[in-house]
Design a protein around this ligand. Structure first.
Ligand code: SF4
Length: 495
């Protein structure tokens, strides 16, 4: 019998030979959902603050955006300290001795989910650059994916720039570092004029703080204030709430906000005035927390309205409506309000099931769905059920869920997805499977209905999604295969 280590290695090798792209194991994630991206948090105060505690609170509120690693950089009296490690925010912080060392007037932080580069420690963020005296002079945290990082990295390496990691985020760091002679604002502007793709960034030098967002505003970045001398930039408004900051506004596509020793507060500079807002529609459908508000639109409201709209679009007679936790639940409540069909919270989620199971067979992978979701059988037996989920990606979770409901004695199943069919992968900061593994890219709705074994199946239409979001100024790339920025040269390595 092979020893356990060898078996595990053989299993990993099987996946390496497949063409899923960079997140090999995640692509076989039995939970079958697009995976989160990263969360960023930055804080600047003209006073000395307990930046350690505040960054901990801010990052904890963004934990849903990345659970693989986290880190902070703190600026204190002209020096930058950096700490980062794998794991969850609370695990990371509990191991820090002498937290008072990390007081200061500025901090940036990052919760990581790997969307580019490998999962090694050198890719953990915030990234930093040092001077010849081994002192950190620049640090950044990035959410998004660059589409031309490969080519820019080659250019920089040809000029003698040495890279220490394999993530596209380091390209941003090295470009700012290279251009610092232009002043901080000039260096960021020069960087933004070179890089393409999705990027929301917070960062610091030894005496300045900054945040900037790509020309389409694809990944979110909001600005808040704790008082007139203390500012916060973060991926979502929940991080502002966590540190007691009031929401001020979203950082605009193409905007740099920064501090300047000659002027109090935060300054703003538009690198381009002609930018169009194209925030990721999937932030509202699945990624962001329901208590966040992005670009003035509350996430929970979008989810509830999507349930109402899909009732209008595809009404059905049923006894109860249930939502797949977590993001399907507000939509199920919306469906219930619009239809009068009672909502019942009968799918129970085991919150302790992580993403780390590695099991060798498809059957075992499918069984993990039962570990995560289990129905209250007495509530659904013999009933006609509408089940609402945020999306269908590979279809494996949905199929297994239908099987579980059938085994529980459900009479009819009417499946509703409150996103349009996902037909194309994302290369702008979200980990989705390749097109071959996206079930809606390979089956018609009727074929998928049969495959899932449900009585009816409907997806929210693009038209209704646009109505709910209030405009078509969003990225809808995974539903339309039309992206706000060209795919770029990095497709083969980042997807
Ligand atoms: S392609 Fe999809 S997931 Fe990616 S940014 Fe656009 S809408 Fe979001």
């Amino acid at each position: 019998m092979k020893d356990l280590q060898k078996q595990k290695q053989d299993y990993l090798d099987q996946f390496k030979s497949r063409t899923y792209g960079r997140n090999l194991l995640k692509s076989d994630d039995p939970f079958d959902a697009p995976s989160e991206e990263c969360g960023i948090f930055g804080l600047y105060s003209e006073n000395d603050l307990d930046t350690f505690s505040l960054s901990q609170f801010g990052l904890f509120a963004l934990q849903h955006r990345g659970q693989e690693a986290c880190g902070i950089s703190v600026m204190n009296q002209g020096r930058i300290f950096n700490l980062k490690d794998e794991g969850l925010v609370l695990d990371f912080y509990k191991d820090i001795r002498e937290p008072e060392t990390f007081m200061g007037n500025s901090a940036i932080g990052h919760t990581r989910y790997t969307t580019a580069g490998d999962k090694k420690k050198y890719n953990f963020q915030p990234f930093f650059a040092k001077n010849e005296y081994d002192q950190i002079i620049l640090s950044i945290a990035h959410n998004g994916n660059l589409t031309n990082a490969k080519c820019l990295k080659a250019e920089l390496e040809a000029e003698g720039v040495v890279f220490k990691a394999t993530s596209d985020s380091e390209v941003i760091l090295r470009l700012i570092q290279k251009n610092l002679d232009l002043g901080l604002r000039g260096a960021i502007k020069a960087t933004m004029e070179k890089i393409e793709g999705a990027y929301s960034v917070v960062g610091m030098t030894r005496n300045k703080f900054f945040a900037f967002r790509d020309f389409h505003g694809i990944r979110p970045l909001v600005l808040g204030a704790i008082d007139e001398k203390t500012f916060v930039a973060a991926s979502e408004t929940v991080a502002l709430d966590a540190v007691g900051a009031q929401y001020v506004r979203d950082i605009l596509p193409g905007e740099i906000v920064y501090t300047n020793e000659n002027e109090p507060g935060l300054q703003s500079f538009m690198v381009r005035e002609d930018c169009q807002r194209n925030i990721c529609a999937f932030e509202y459908i699945y990624f962001a927390r329901p208590d966040s508000t992005l670009e003035g639109i509350n996430v929970h409201e979008v989810r509830e309205k999507s349930g109402m709209k899909i009732w209008e679009q595809a009404p059905v007679e049923a006894d109860i409506v249930i939502g797949v936790p977590d993001s399907g639940v507000p939509a199920a409540i919306g469906f219930s309000i619009a239809s009068g069909i009672p909502f019942r919270p009968v799918l129970i989620k085991n919150r302790y099931v992580g993403r780390s199971f590695i099991v060798p067979t498809q059957d075992m992978r499918e069984r993990i769905v039962n570990l995560k979701l289990n129905p209250i059988i007495s509530e659904i037996k013999g009933k006609r059920v509408v089940i609402i989920d945020d999306s269908i990606v590979r279809g494996t979770t949905s199929k297994r869920l239908v099987k579980i409901l059938r085994m529980a004695g459900v009479k009819e199943i009417h499946f509703r997805s409150v996103s349009p069919p996902i037909i194309a992968p994302c290369y702008l900061g979200i980990d989705t499977p390749s097109k071959d593994d996206l079930i809606s890219a390979n089956m018609s709705v009727e074929e998928l209905r049969e495959y899932l074994g449900v009585d009816s199946l409907e997806f929210l239409s693009m038209e209704n999604l646009i109505t709910i979001l209030g405009s078509s100024n969003h990225c809808f790339g995974c539903f339309t295969e039309k992206y706000p920025v060209p795919k770029g040269d990095d497709e083969e390595i980042f997807k």
